[in-house]
Design a protein around this ligand. Structure first.
Ligand code: FAD
Length: 446
């Protein structure tokens, strides 16, 4: 079998290579940075991490199942501990040897049934042929920059460039957007800035990080309730623990819990309630340092920080290869192209609580499919037909996600995992030879 190319050594790229190796598929990984960890390595030129960031989902709900974090690590570890975690994971499974570091993939194009891939390392370009391409370049790198209504005289920054709260020292700061990063950064600014306002276009659901001393995402996790009951219970819990957003001067969400990603932050409402952060509405106009909001109020600012999210970005490949529809490629289970069998978009998936283990299960299904396709197994032919038929279906479990760019590749975790697991079980059932089964068990033990 010709080697497969993997782009990226973040959590997704790492578990992709791990599974390819586990199923005996030759591969080479490429990473721009000099080390593994993706955006969790704040020193990587592609990282969008900030100094104060901690995991937002809890460690047990996020870690790779076969590689738990140390007991001594906090429930919501600092990003620097996660960098060490990924380095240890890569050492444990021999992944460093599989990567070419300081190497950017600059171009990928089809060459018959293969892929011609051009990489750049220290200014030198090299083009090689691979049997397949797995893209794990991350979804949170290319900033979504909204058109602002007017000229701002002060400093404008996107959260992708934010690193250190020292930049807020003595400034009048306007945060735009209140997703998880926006809320974190607003809280950072409180301790440095002269004033902090936050502009929200729509209502958000808020959840605290802990309930009864346990991480919120781990509460009741073992009990599988129907989706609408989960939504109601979580909304009621949020109201019970924190109250309604309008009690803090924030807009009420006009959608149900989990139809957009909730904000998991124990401090933002606390600071709004203490007057440290002033909520504002959507921006209507900007003139010099004055920002006028849609409700007619206005304020003067030195800095606008746009926490307005990210766009999917695959600059090294013709977008026609990715079966785009609207804001995102339309692929079966967000990974599998309806027709191509050697192109996989890894990690283009978001869901409340999917974690890195959910991404690992995705990678295992891909590796199983490649393995079984090569072995001529019937199960691979069944899967091939399924992915062709169902590429346009979304694993939303009936959830009506908001029609937003950042929600375009959102899935319902339980629905998504159930589909991954049932396909993986089918592909595993007729693993072709004893050799392959042996290979897997010895790789698993390695
Ligand atoms: C502040 C913050 C907090 C977060 N908190 C959580 C959380 O609590 N829980 C959670 O599950 N997720 C969280 N996330 C989401 C995060 O995206 C995932 O945890 C995870 O990092 C995604 O892994 P990835 O490998 O897909 O992407 P990334 O970690 O982004 O890695 C992609 C890698 O690809 C490399 N690359 C890109 N292009 C090329 C190229 N052309 N050639 C070679 N290499 C390339 C990059 O250098 C990078 O190393 C958070 C994100 C941020 C920014």
């Amino acid at each position: 079998m010709k080697p497969y190319a993997v782009i990226g050594a973040g959590p997704m790229g790492l578990c992709t290579v791990r599974n390819l190796v586990k199923y005996g598929i030759p591969c080479v990984g490429f990473e721009i940075h000099s080390d593994v960890g993706g955006l969790w390595d704040i020193d990587s030129p592609t990282s969008t991490m900030y100094e104060t960031a901690h995991l937002i989902s809890s460690k047990k709900m996020t870690e790779f199942a076969e590689f738990p974090m140390d007991e001594g690590v906090a429930q919501f570890p600092h990003h620097s501990e996660l960098r060490e975690y990924f380095r240890a994971y890569a050492r444990e499974f021999g992944l460093y040897e599989r990567y070419e570091f300081n190497t950017e993939v600059v171009h990928c194009e089809r060459d018959g049934d293969d892929w011609r891939i051009t990489t750049r390392c220290n200014g030198d370009e090299q083009t090689r042929t691979f049997g397949g391409l797995l893209i794990a370049n991350g979804t949170l790198h290319h900033p979504n920059l909204p058109q602002l209504p007017g000229e701002f005289a002060g400093e404008i920054m996107h959260s992708c460039d934010y690193r250190d709260p020292a930049i807020f020292e003595g400034k009048r700061v306007l945060l735009v957007g209140c997703g998880n990063s926006g809320a974190d950064i607003a809280v950072d600014a409180v301790h440095r800035a002269k004033s902090v306002d936050i502009s929200l276009r729509r209502g958000y659901y808020f959840l605290p990080k802990f309930i009864g001393g346990k991480p919120t995402d781990a509460v009741g996790g073992k009990v599988k309730l129907p989706r609408f009951i989960q939504q109601r219970i979580s909304a009621a819990l949020s109201r019970f623990m924190l109250g309604r957003p309008s009690q803090y001067g924030l807009p009420e969400p006009d959608y149900k819990m989990f139809e957009s990603h909730p904000v998991i932050n124990s401090l933002i409402l606390h600071h709004i309630g203490h007057g440290d952060i002033q909520p504002q509405g959507d921006i209507a106009a900007i003139d010099g340092s004055t920002v006028t909001f849609k409700d007619g109020r206005s304020g003067d600012y030195d800095m606008i920080l746009l926490a307005t999210g990210y766009k999917l970005h695959y600059p090294f490949i013709d977008s026609a290869e990715l079966n785009w529809s609207g804001y995102a490629p339309r692929l079966y289970l967000n990974v599998f192209h309806p027709d191509s069998d050697n192109l996989f978009l890894m990690g283009m998936v978001e869901a409340a609580g999917l974690g890195w283990e959910g991404r690992n299960e995705q990678a295992e299904l891909v590796a199983l499919y490649i393995r079984q396709l090569a072995s001529g197994a019937d199960s691979a032919q069944r899967f091939k037909a399924t992915k062709h038929e169902r590429a346009s279906q979304r694993a939303d479990g009936g959830m009506k996600y908001l029609e937003l760019e950042r929600m375009a590749y959102y899935v319902h975790k339980d629905t998504y995992l159930k589909a991954l697991r049932s396909h993986a079980a089918d592909l595993r059932r007729d693993l072709a030879s004893r050799d392959t089964a042996q290979l897997i068990s010895s790789a698993g033990a390695a």
